[in-house]
Design a protein. Structure first.
Length: 201
């Protein structure tokens, strides 16, 4: 894993990894970006854990929600940046089960979906939904989610959430899951053409 910081430049989010620069164009033409004046107020600003409330320079994921907030997933917790104010969420001050925020996505209803990563594959991870100050936690113990290791999240135009998970090293679990209208579908090599259970992107 590389040490990272993120830079906002015009409408791009730039993550710097020891001399390597990755540019993530966060829906430049979308209504979300065009309606957020705070983005255009920044020419170029470099945020690190040293000059802001960013909980770590190891940034794993970024997303925008419909209210214009920028959410940053790090290995030390989740950060929200909105109207030049920071909020940080960790297991110490929220229902999050672990500090490592592997992946983030937002849905048109304004919800933030959070993929927690579990080092052990059993505790400290899971899928989290945050909407209107309410938290919902999904794990293999209370849902069909096949693993606590949530590696990838995306939503499709029909409103479905797709979840990529992996199992612990040498263990069971993992696969691709579709969550739509409170219904779960889990796809693995046993019931689909997937070549493996580790879905990481």
């Amino acid at each position: 894993m590389f040490n990272m910081a993120f830079v906002m430049h015009h409408y791009s989010i730039i993550i710097a990894k020891i001399g390597i620069v990755i540019i993530l164009e966060l829906a430049i033409n979308s209504n979300i970006v065009q309606s957020q004046s705070w983005i255009s107020n920044y020419n170029e600003v470099n945020f690190t854990s040293g000059n802001s409330d960013l909980p770590s320079n190891f940034v794993e994921s970024l997303t925008l929600t419909t209210d214009g907030a920028l959410w940053i997933g790090t290995i030390e917790g989740l950060a929200r940046f909105h109207h030049q104010q920071w909020q940080v969420f960790t297991p110490d001050n929220s229902p999050l089960l672990g500090k490592i925020i592997q992946t983030l996505t937002s849905t048109p209803d304004g919800a933030l979906w959070i993929g927690n990563f579990s080092i052990s594959g059993r505790t400290g991870g899971g899928l989290v939904r945050f909407h209107q100050q309410q938290w919902q936690i999904f794990t293999p113990d209370n849902s069909p989610l096949p693993s606590n290791n949530v590696q990838a999240l995306t939503s499709t135009p029909d409103g479905a959430l797709w979840i990529g998970t992996s199992g612990p090293a040498g263990g069971a679990g993992g696969g691709l899951t579709r969550f739509y209208k409170q219904q779960w579908q889990v796809f693995t090599p046993d019931n689909s053409p997937l070549p493996g259970k580790d879905v990481q992107t």
